[in-house]
Design a protein around this ligand. Structure first.
Ligand SMILES: [Ca+2]
Ligand SMILES: [Ca+2]
Length: 652
């Protein structure tokens, strides 16, 4: 506490100095700009000084001195969100009912839930006493805001919680309704990602005098609540003491920025009913919209025009030029989430057939690259993600394939980069918002060898490494880890067994000289399953009789064996399945001895993400990509990613 108090006093000193500097700077700038501005300058300076002195003094005194005086005690709500025979998923909501922010929090209470896992914070238990500390990215609770923690509970939630405190202040306890109550999404203020610090107004990863100056300069101005208006830090439509107070609470350097790149699937709006507004924007930095197609004339175009540009969403009018998901994501929702950037992904597994043709000559590459520029300008994307699956083969049988794809892939990327850079300049995009160019590439060593990694990375902002689909039910001879981290020799010694894993792939990119921050490993938010798998070793490395049914199978897909993580999470917790961990491959699987004659499911969970996150930190990689956003409806995996990339472990 004493340390915190000292810290705050130091902030106050700095603030006053910064404020003086800022005011004199603004006054000088205004005075210099024009003689007509003299009156304005005087008025402004007077207004600013008066308003600020009063507000600042009040804010500072309240924040610095009365750090532990609460207008209303914090409210801590314990709720069951879903339950089954032996356990349940629960939520703990901490609401700040005071008029000043809580800069960081520690929740302590006695009795209550038996917690098996807890996310969005770190949990320890000593006898009956639970202690939960904030994650790095949710430390700050603005006045009136709520932080929500999720946990897995054993048995049922006992309503006998006592001695509950938040940062040492006695809290009021309440119990939420059981099962499905509430619903709806968390308000923005609840989950600030590690990457999105609205207090860093100018985006330089430091909350400091420059940001303060912007806030002060815009003091009292009003805008649309929620809109992109940097000085309005808490986005309530007015620049005032609350923004200043939020800024002061985050004063200093922010953790290094890591990317969280999510694939957003266009076809998700149908059976999955995943609409643009369902996206957890505050937990991703980039969305890759899957997919655009390549026309026979080598230009790119929307694939499903109904979904992309025609579908009506609430608020749309009949005569607006652009509707559909493009408009929702790139215009409506991105405006409310200014940190977010969107890329159009071109190709993918099903639409890569014409890449080889489009990349074949300089004339064709120019047509392709020019159309990329027109496309993102027309539809409001921030960049292009090339998903050529794959140069020199290995994709669909019907794809055109040439040996010179290897060199042409590099040349295609060089051309697109050249055109995007020129467009960034023409469109006046700031340095940190230049049009982006990325790729999604195969992680098998054979696929990597079919490209010129050591050359093509120069043209890219980063490389999404598809470190999944290593093994699947296309091979019934043996089950395996579809997103494993390392080779387990028990699987066998073949080239594929030894090399189809995340670590081998990432090492190959590092060895090729790719700067580490350009390497973005992919996470699988889905599993791959076999059926008819015998019980030896709970099905690991055993033979199978077929492909198990998957979450979204239909008449045309047949059995795919592909399950959303959300479904796996549900069946693993309902009994009958065992969850197993392979300590050598560092991969998770689930097995049921009688379901589908022996159901073996290879997947990704928070533990396997933790292993990959350790590697990411060790090698300072650029962040995580994941496929795909509709498959983790409870955001269990996404929360793990956010915590790994922005939480306390990054700061260790
Ligand atoms: Ca800044
Ligand atoms: Ca505000």
């Amino acid at each position: 506490m004493r340390r915190m108090h000292k810290h705050r006093v130091r902030i106050a000193d700095n603030l006053v100095q910064n404020l003086r500097w800022s005011l004199s700077h603004q006054a000088r700038t205004l005075a210099a700009s024009s003689t007509c501005c003299t009156t304005l300058t005087t008025t402004l300076t007077t207004t600013l000084t008066t308003t600020l002195t009063t507000t600042l003094t009040t804010t500072l005194v309240v924040t610095a001195v009365s750090n532990n005086v609460w207008a209303a005690p914090p409210l801590v709500t314990f709720a069951v969100t879903s339950s089954w025979d032996t356990g349940y998923n629960g939520e703990i909501r901490i609401q700040n009912r005071e008029s000043t922010p809580i800069p960081s929090w520690q929740l302590v209470f006695d009795n209550g839930p038996v917690i098996s896992t807890l996310w969005n914070g770190t949990h320890t238990v000593d006898g009956a006493r639970h202690t939960v500390n904030n994650a790095g990215w949710n430390a700050f609770i603005a006045p009136g805001a709520t932080v929500t923690l999720g946990f897995g509970g054993v048995g049922s939630l006992a309503q006998n919680i006592s001695n509950c405190t938040v940062s040492g202040v006695a809290a009021e306890i309440s119990y939420g309704a059981s099962g499905g109550g509430g619903g709806g999404k968390e308000p923005e203020a609840e989950a600030k990602g590690p990457f999105w610090a609205p207090e860093d107004v100018d985006g330089d990863r430091v909350v400091g005098a420059a940001d303060l100056s912007v806030v002060l300069g815009a003091w009292g101005s009003e805008g649309v609540p929620g809109a992109a208006f940097p000085a309005d830090v808490n986005r309530d439509g007015v620049v005032d003491a609350e923004d200043l107070s939020a800024l002061l609470a985050r004063w200093g350097e922010l953790p290094p920025e890591k990317k969280i790149v999510g694939y957003w699937i266009e076809w998700g709006i149908y059976g999955r009913n995943y609409q643009p507004s369902d996206t957890p924007f505050e937990k991703v930095t980039h969305l890759n919209y899957a997919f655009a197609k390549i026309n026979p004339d080598f230009t790119i175009a929307p694939f499903d025009t109904y979904a992309a540009t025609d579908k009506n969403y609430p608020g749309d009018t009949w005569d607006q030029p652009l509707r559909g998901c493009y408009n929702q994501l790139n215009n409506v929702l991105k405006r409310q989430h200014p940190h977010l950037q969107t890329l159009i992904s071109v190709g993918g597994w099903t639409l890569s057939g014409l890449f080889s043709d489009a990349a074949l000559t300089d004339a064709r590459r120019t047509i392709f690259a020019d159309s990329c520029v027109s496309f993102i300008r027309e539809y409001g994307f921030d960049g292009i993600d090339i998903d050529w699956e794959y140069p020199c083969g290995g994709g669909l049988e019907s794809n055109v394939v040439r040996p010179e794809d290897k060199q042409n892939f590099t040349l295609l990327l060089a051309k697109v980069r050249e055109k995007l850079d020129a467009a960034s300049k023409e469109d006046g995009r700031p340095e940190n918002r230049k049009y982006l160019l990325t790729v999604a590439v195969g992680a098998g060593l054979d696929k990597i060898a079919n490209t010129e990694v050591q050359m093509y990375h120069e043209y890219l902002d980063w490389i999404n490494v598809m470190s999944y689909d290593f093994f699947g039910a296309w091979d019934l001879s043996q089950t395996g880890h579809h997103a494993g981290f390392a080779w387990n020799p028990a699987a066998g010694n073949s080239f594929t067994q030894q090399n189809y894993n995340a670590r081998t792939a990432l090492e190959a990119f590092l060895a090729a000289g790719v700067p580490s921050e350009k390497i973005v490993p992919g996470l699988a938010f889905y599993g791959r399953a076999w059926k008819g798998v015998g019980p030896t070793n709970d099905g690991l490395f055993q033979s199978a009789t077929g492909v198990a049914p998957g979450t979204w199978d239909d008449g045309s897909s047949g059995a795919t064996g592909v399950d959303d993580f959300t479904r796996i999470e549900a069946f693993v917790s309902t009994g009958g399945y065992v969850r197993r961990w392979d300590p050598v491959a560092q991969a998770v699987w689930a097995y049921h001895p009688t379901q589908y004659g022996g159901h073996f499911v290879s997947y990704e969970d928070t533990q396997s993400i933790g292993v990959k996150a350790d590697y990411l930190r060790e090698h300072d990689l650029g962040g995580f990509m994941f496929w795909e956003i509709t498959a983790d409806r409870n955001e269990t995996l996404l929360n793990a990613v956010v915590d790994e990339l922005g939480g306390r472990r990054l700061l260790d």
